[in-house]
Design a protein around this ligand. Structure first.
Ligand code: SAM
Ligand code: SF4
Ligand code: FES
Length: 308
């Protein structure tokens, strides 16, 4: 995109400061299953990736970990997984209601479900739902998702909104075949949807997927999209994503300086952390599960911001 980047980044940063202040919101994420029934071309968890060892956390393990997160003072627990039908709706509502009892906000990120399932999960206490639209270009979406449709992705997002969830959309940057025009389509799509949260990260090619030999998204492209998103959605909660921290050692700090106001420490316990392998080189997976928090605190304070 041909824009004056310095002006763009400082405008986005000033809008972030005006609308969200200097506090950085923490969302502790538990990646509770790496089984997935889908085959998204870019993702290491896709069902045809037979090289990956699969795991599932039991409801008891998930609730125990959520308790530990709440005890650390983190006020949002994000439960994320592949699309794993092993967990029945009543298992999921049970987990959500137990986590909600801890007095935290509950965010789900478990893919496309029926409107009825989204309704039951909301009733059980889920507050927010992350479901990136991935790309707003229908053709590209359908190439990348052999077993999904853009129509259904969008339908899910609007159903979630109607049910009263705070909704998180967002896209990957640098997908194979993605043009600048398609990135503008992402921005227009989000302007129309008005999501409360937007996750934007670079595409990172995974060696055991059909996109292994493609190029990944760049730091500059991703920062540009974060900044533009902050400008069109001044009040949105925008994370500086783990993928951004993976392609550059200071990716998350840079994201926080161009419009982002959220970070999502990986709180998945060992031995599961390295197995939630969406893309190679994912940061933090070999650390002690509680090490991310002090590390992030240091990093955030290092750029003159504070965590909440
Ligand atoms: N299964 C749920 C879904 O797809 O919405 C939630 C988990 S999914 C692993 C979370 C996000 O990971 C996706 O929305 C996608 O944007 C991101 N992701 C997957 N593979 C990636 C890759 N190779 N590079 C960067 N991000 C990736
Ligand atoms: Fe499954 Fe989500 Fe990965 Fe697609 S992006 S393969 S739905 S975990
Ligand atoms: Fe995970 Fe630094 S944020 S170790």
């Amino acid at each position: 995109m041909n824009l004056d980047k310095n002006k763009l980044f400082s405008l986005a940063d000033s809008i972030r400061a005006r609308e969200k202040g200097d506090k950085v919101y923490l969302r502790g994420i538990i990646e509770f299953s790496n089984y997935c029934r889908r085959n998204c071309l870019y993702c290491g968890l896709r069902r045809d990736n037979t090289k990956l060892s699969r795991y599932r956390m039991s409801p008891g393990e998930i609730i125990k970990r959520a308790k530990e997160i709440a005890a650390l003072g983190i006020k949002t627990v994000v439960l994320q997984s592949g699309e794993d039908p092993y967990y029945r709706l009543k298992d999921l509502t049970g987990i959500v209601s137990r986590v909600k009892e801890l007095g935290v906000y509950v965010t789900l990120s478990i893919g496309e479900l029926s409107a009825g399932a989204y309704r039951e999960l909301k009733k059980a206490g889920a507050d927010r739902y992350l479901l990136r639209h991935e790309t707003a270009n229908r053709k590209l979406y359908e190439v990348l998702h052999p077993d999904g449709s853009f129509f259904n992705r969008v339908r899910c997002l609007y159903v979630l909104k109607d049910l009263g969830y705070e909704v998180g959309a967002g896209n990957m940057v640098g997908l194979p075949g993605q043009t600048d025009d398609m990135l503008w389509e992402d921005l227009l799509f989000m302007e129309k949807l008005q999501p409360e949260m937007v996750g934007i990260g670079p595409f990172i090619p995974h060696p055991d997927t059909p996109l292994a030999k493609e190029k990944g998204g760049t730091l500059e492209q991703t920062l540009t999209m974060i900044a533009l998103t902050r400008i069109i959605l001044p009040k949105a909660n925008i994370p500086a994503t783990t993928a951004l921290g993976t392609i550059h050692p200071e990716g998350r700090e840079l994201g926080l300086k161009v419009g982002a106001n959220v970070v999502m420490p990986n709180m998945t316990p060992q031995p599961y952390r390295p197995l939630y392998q969406l893309y190679p080189g994912k940061i933090c997976v070999n650390e002690d599960p509680d090490a991310c928090l002090p590390c992030l605190k240091r990093r955030i304070e290092g750029i003159g911001r504070t965590i909440i």
